[in-house]
Design a protein around this ligand. Structure first.
Ligand SMILES: [Zn+2]
Length: 544
């Protein structure tokens, strides 16, 4: 046995000797612009307000494929609303699609004057000469439109009354977005980039001022983009510098008052995760969304000097593995041990390796539902299995059939009254029953072990010791054998209690892969630094 281990160690050393001395780190652009989806899919908005917080006024334009902003025009107004080009109605300071008698209508039919202009200034000057006129940018050229009517007939009547010869009527366009003054409904600008370019708004007219802008109750750094996917509502995307984006994550993924070193570890994880997942939501036209699906983010509202400091002191720092950026997954708390990626998802990743966590439990009193318990009746389990396409009979046993090296559940088994066993493994051990983590024991039911003739029952053999004839003791494994009085050995099987209720008692919350956020809190509270936290949870990584 020892010889074999030595042999393996020799091979590993040989491989290390053959590997290049230092792998070349992949370059990451310095503080790149990232695209974060704020409203999209079913949540896309018919209209979206902006209000200057720091900085004043707005620039209209679009972002190119390199994420560089191209300015088309400006306004001094401090409150503007982007509207899809449908009939919209302003009432009580809010825009809606529902007409009401007292509302100001911002219709989607316009009189388009003949001629075009090479510059915004040219179109703006022409528009200023006529009441209700505004510049429109149509895929590279400026024109002037007049009015915002709710029907073609109304636009035609106005066209005749104003005697605008050579003009045409522009109806609603699938890609068109209107910019209006929030309070008055006055149209300031219209943008029609076809399917290739989307309207972007860069707040502030002074490059020297770092802007923050109110949007739906939160303040954001950076700019905003409004794309109408399939002619629908506005998909709202925040174009923001990576380091400013990370400042908006920490308050929501941890808490701005958490220990500094824990926040720094979170900042490095979030920064690395972001760059590794750029383009994740390309179908919507952005990189990452602002929910737990990616990383929770609501701009600068929750940030303070402590959380901002964690970002600034780790600026441009990432987690690397052999010269490549690492996948820095994280989760709330591990309950005592993290898990190897390959034991939960399909792929094994060398630095995402389960570790026993001696730190986290020290802060368990701060964690809501650190220990949790769920009970199921046998009939509830049967119903859950049947919903998952198992044609099972009555469940007579439910137990953990395999654990991982760090003590988490790798597979669970259900036995039915026909003697058939249904086994689930990896992420199913958590997802099948919707459990908070894969770190649990199953008690009650038939799953105990009877250790004497008096009915003494243990829910698990985990933690028990066996003793051999020489007096040596060892921890019992997951499938212990027992020896009968006649010398036959057989696997120790659970006894029957006839109970109908199973209790799942666990700890931790999350997928358990990568960094435990509460574990980071505990380590930081014990004086560990952010790089010590990261190298504990990610095996064999470098931080730079
Ligand atoms: Zn997402």
């Amino acid at each position: 046995m020892h010889g074999k281990i030595r042999q393996i160690v020799t091979c590993v050393l040989l491989l290390m000797a053959l590997a290049p001395a230092a792998a070349q780190a992949t370059a990451v652009p310095d503080n790149p612009t990232v695209r974060i989806g704020l409203y999209f899919g079913d949540g896309a908005l018919p209209s979206a307000n902006l209000e200057n917080s720091t900085g004043s006024g707005y620039r209209f334009g679009y972002f190119d494929a390199d994420r560089d902003f191209h300015q088309l025009g400006t306004t001094d107004d401090t409150q503007i609303t982007m509207l899809k080009n449908k009939n919209m109605y302003l009432s009580g300071g809010a825009y809606s699609e529902t007409p009401s008698p007292s509302a100001v209508a911002v219709g989607c039919y316009h009189i388009q004057l003949p001629g075009s202009y090479a510059t915004y200034a040219g179109a703006r000057t022409a528009a200023n000469a006529r009441s209700g006129a505004f510049p429109v940018w149509i895929s590279g050229a400026y024109s002037v439109r007049v009015g915002a009517y709710t029907s073609k007939e109304a636009a035609q009547a106005a066209q005749a009354a104003l005697n605008l010869s050579g003009s045409t009527i522009a109806g609603p366009g699938d890609d068109v977005v209107t910019v209006a003054n929030t309070r008055t409904g006055e149209v300031l600008f219209q943008f029609d980039g076809g399917s290739s370019a989307a309207l972007a708004i860069q707040p502030g007219l002074d490059d020297a001022v770092k802007t923050t802008t109110w949007f739906k109750g939160y303040r954001y750094y950076g700019a905003f983009q409004y794309r109408r996917l399939d002619g629908g509502n506005l998909t709202v995307v925040n174009f923001v510098l990576l380091e400013d984006y990370i400042k908006g994550i920490l308050p929501y993924e941890m808490g701005s008052s958490w220990p500094l070193e824990a926040l720094k570890a979170q900042a490095v994880c979030a920064r690395t995760y972001t760059v590794m997942n750029l383009g994740k939501h390309d179908t919507y036209g952005f990189d990452l969304c602002n929910t737990t699906d990616c990383q929770v983010y609501h701009g600068v509202n929750g940030a303070n000097s402590n959380s901002d400091r964690a970002v600034e002191e780790t600026k441009g720092v990432y987690v690397w593995y052999h010269g490549e950026l690492a996948q820095t997954f994280y989760f709330s708390c591990d309950g005592g041990g993290t898990e190897s990626c390959g034991n939960v998802w399909n792929e094994d990743i060398p630095y995402l390796k389960g570790v026993s966590d001696p730190y986290e439990a020290s802060v368990s009193s701060k964690i809501s539902q650190y220990h949790w318990t769920v009970t199921y009746t046998a009939s509830e389990l049967k119903s859950i299995l049947q919903k998952n396409s198992c044609a099972c009979a009555d469940i007579v046993n439910f137990y953990v059939s395999q654990r991982t090296d760090t003590g988490n559940v790798y597979s669970i088994a259900f036995e039915d009254s026909n003697g058939k066993t249904y086994t689930f493994s990896k992420q199913q051990v958590r997802n099948l029953l919707g459990l908070r983590s894969a770190r649990y024991e199953i008690g009650g039911g038939n799953s105990g072990y009877y250790v004497d003739g008096m009915g003494t029952k243990l829910d698990t053999v985990s933690g028990l010791y066996a003793i051999n004839g020489s007096g040596n003791t060892a921890v019992i494994g997951e499938a212990p054998y027992v020896v009968t009085g006649t010398g036959e050995s057989q696997i120790l099987t659970p006894g029957a209690s006839g109970k109908d209720t199973y209790t799942v008692s666990g700890s931790g919350w999350g997928h358990l892969i990568g960094m435990s956020q509460w574990g980071a809190y505990a380590m930081a509270s014990q004086g560990k630094t952010y790089d010590q936290i990261l190298t504990f949870y990610f095996t064999g990584i470098t931080i730079q």
